[in-house]
Design a protein around this ligand. Structure first.
Ligand code: 5GP
Length: 112
């Protein structure tokens, strides 16, 4: 069965697309944890960062550069967080590699 994010990429589920190219898609999180909460998602279905290979490493560069640009566009360049979860104990709910860009408020401590 395809992941929620595959369905968004294939336009089977609606979302407001902020950016898209052949490798990544960026959308607003449906259940935002901060005033700005953007998801940067690889189009290639990699289950999590744990399954990333050296061949996929270019995707990280692309995602981090785009995250910085989206932070500027959303006026959170003074302070933001980029994170990814691997595994349910870390809070991963969608098994499709993605990064959260969070900002627009004072963020709580890094732990949990
Ligand atoms: P994870 O918990 O795997 O790190 O992150 C998955 C994220 O996807 C969550 O923050 C959740 O709110 C978001 N999410 C779940 N379903 C949808 C959806 O249908 N559309 C969008 N835009 N975000 C979703």
């Amino acid at each position: 069965m395809s992941t929620i994010f595959e369905q968004i990429i294939e336009r089977k589920l609606p979302s407001e697309v902020l950016f898209e190219d052949e490798d990544i898609i960026c959308i607003h999180d449906k259940f935002p944890q901060a005033p700005v909460h953007i998801l940067l998602i690889t189009k290639k279905v990699i289950p999590s960062i744990d399954k990333l290979t050296k061949e996929d490493a270019y995707l990280l560069t692309k995602i981090f550069v785009k995250a910085k640009e989206l932070a500027l566009e959303h006026k959170i360049e003074d302070g933001y967080r980029i994170l990814t979860n691997h595994g349910s104990s870390a809070g991963q709910t969608v098994p499709h590699l993605h990064f959260h860009l969070l900002g627009g408020k004072v963020l709580s401590s890094k732990g949990g």
